[in-house]
Structures are given as structure tokens and as C-alpha cells.
Ligand binder design. Structure first.
Ligand SMILES: Nc1ncnc2c1ncn2[C@@H]1O[C@H](COP(=O)(O)OP(=O)(O)OP(=O)(O)O)[C@@H](O)[C@H]1O
Ligand SMILES: [Mg+2]
Length: 261
């Protein structure tokens, strides 16, 4: 994997068994916050796998632990117990520096709040993750700019590319955040309620784009939602209830269900 030394990764733990098609594997993950009476046991004994190129929805009500679980899979939080394997790397035992490198190298994020930078245009916001990596050369930069423009266009935002966030409505801001998560062409996208601010048409554009990335780049997606209507066109649904995963739901509704128009 680019930019990461195996020594940095393995110094805190043994190498786990290889998972050929598996991109993410969680085993026995618990997450607790706080102490004493303030203690919250947010996740209980979570185990699941996400295959490379798979689109999985994580469904649950408010407070069920969706963001906590996404943050753990996305290496933004560490589990209190249990292991997180990304590729063949035991991420839950890595040094912080190695986790940062792994995040930059292979994960794109759509956060629950859009977190756009107010002094950058929509197009510049999309390009931001690339600026945080090694500075691209001029030819590479031109290609990246074109990709950012294309992603905004595919999300129906061609006219808003030069707008600053204060001129964008919530749906437009959310779609800029979605384009920003995809611009690095990550192997894994963690999307926390990405459809929450979108109407049916915008949600359809988002899913069209996700499916295109899956097909063309083999991108895997873990997408949280509280809205059952958004459990369409995914390969599989995981259901969280009070921090516990329920038995897996039936595989793909993708061929039989359609997004509302
Ligand atoms: N940093 C934290 N400190 C203390 N408790 C936390 C923290 N983060 C989450 N929690 C608690 O963990 C539980 C799960 O929260 P989480 O935000 O993961 O739920 P969620 O399913 O994403 O909810 P929502 O749909 O409202 O975003 C909640 O009880 C929440 O209060
Ligand atoms: Mg949440």
C-alpha cells in the first residue's frame, strides 16, 4: 500500500490472517465512552465483513450507534475492545501516524455535518483532500480539477462549482461533501447519512454516482441511514439496534426496489 511501511503498521500487533476478498473485517468490537455514571456503552460485540466493491447500508434509529460504528471503520475512533482489519492491516493496533496515512491513502468520508470550508468555493472544497496529500504536479492537477468538475456535474452542481458555501442550500452543500469524498478515488467510502438533506432526485444522483464508482473503480461503501426509503440499490443492509447488530437482512433489494421519484 502506497506511503505506508509495514514496520510502522505491525509494530503494535501480530499480522491477522489474510482476507482475500474482504476489505474490512470487524471482530468483537465494543465502544464505551466516559466513566462511572456518565459511561455509555455505545457498541456491543460488533462483528461483520465488508467486501471490496460492496455497497452496504447501516440502518438504525438516532442514538443506535451508526456514527460511532462508521468512525471506527473509518479509523477516526479506536474500539474499546475488538479488532478492525482493513485490507490485511490490523488497523485497531496501528500507531496514530500509520492510521492517518491509511486514512489518506484509501478512505473517503462524508460526515454527518458537511464541514465545508467557508472561504473555498464548491470546486475548491472538492479538491481539498488532494491538497492535503503530496502536492500534485501541473498535469496531475489539471486531471484532478477535471475530476472535481465532473463529480460536481454528476451530482447536478455544474452551475454551483464557483459558489462559496454560504450561497449553497443544504442539499447542494451535502452534494459538494459527497464529491469531496470521492475525488481521491478511495477504495472505501464511509458516508454518514449522506442522503439526509437530499430530495428524491438528488438522492438518485448520489446513488447513481456511488454505483458508477463501484462498477468502474471497485469502490466499497458503508452508508448509514435512518430512512428505510434509502435502503435501495445497496448490496446488503446491516441493522443496528441500541448498539447491537441484528441478524443480517436479506441480500440486495437492488434489482427489485427503486428510489422514489
Ligand atoms: N464522544 C462521545 N461521548 C459520549 N457519548 C457518545 C459520544 N459519541 C457518541 N456517544 C453516545 O453513543 C451513542 C451512539 O451515538 P451515535 O452518535 O453513534 O448514534 P447515531 O446512530 O449516529 O445517532 P444519530 O442518528 O442521531 O446521528 C449515543 O448514546 C451517544 O450519546
Ligand atoms: Mg450519527
Amino acid at each position: 500500500m502506497r506511503g505506508i511501511t509495514m514496520n510502522a503498521i505491525w509494530r503494535n500487533g501480530p499480522a491477522p490472517a489474510a482476507t482475500p476478498a474482504g476489505l474490512v473485517r470487524l471482530s468483537g468490537v465494543h465502544k464505551r465512552f466516559g466513566n462511572g455514571q456518565q459511561r455509555v456503552h455505545a457498541l456491543h460485540d460488533i462483528s461483520f465483513e465488508l467486501a471490496a466493491g460492496e455497497i452496504v447500508a447501516l440502518f438504525g434509529a438516532s442514538g443506535d450507534g451508526k456514527s460511532t460504528l462508521l468512525n471506527i471503520v473509518g479509523l477516526l475512533e479506536t474500539p474499546s475492545e475488538g479488532s478492525v482489519v482493513i485490507g490485511n492491516l490490523l488497523a485497531s493496533k496501528m500507531s496514530e501516524q500509520a492510521r492517518v496515512e491509511l486514512r489518506c491513502d484509501m478512505i473517503g468520508y462524508v460526515f454527518q455535518s458537511c464541514n465545508l470550508v467557508p472561504v473555498l468555493t464548491a470546486h475548491e472544497n472538492v479538491l481539498l483532500p488532494l491538497m492535503l496529500r503530496a502536492r500534485p504536479g501541473p498535469a496531475d492537477m489539471a486531471a484532478k480539477c477535471a475530476l472535481a468538475t465532473e463529480l460536481l456535474g454528476q451530482l447536478g452542481l455544474s452551475k454551483q462549482a464557483g459558489h462559496y458555501p454560504k450561497r449553497l442550500d443544504p442539499s447542494q452543500s451535502q452534494r459538494v461533501a459527497i464529491a469531496r469524498a470521492l475525488v481521491t478515488r478511495p477504495r472505501l467510502v464511509i458516508a454518514d447519512e449522506p442522503g439526509a438533506r437530499l430530495n428524491a432526485r438528488a438522492a438518485r444522483l448520489m446513488m447513481d454516482l456511488f454505483v458508477r464508482c463501484q462498477r468502474d473503480d471497485g469502490t466499497a461503501f458503508l452508508i448509514s441511514t435512518r430512512d428505510q426509503r434509502q435502503l435501495v440499490r445497496v448490496d446488503r443492509t446491516l441493522q443496528l439496534c441500541a448498539g447491537r447488530l441484528r441478524a443480517p437482512c436479506a441480500a440486495s433489494a437492488r434489482t427489485t426496489q427503486r428510489l422514489p421519484r
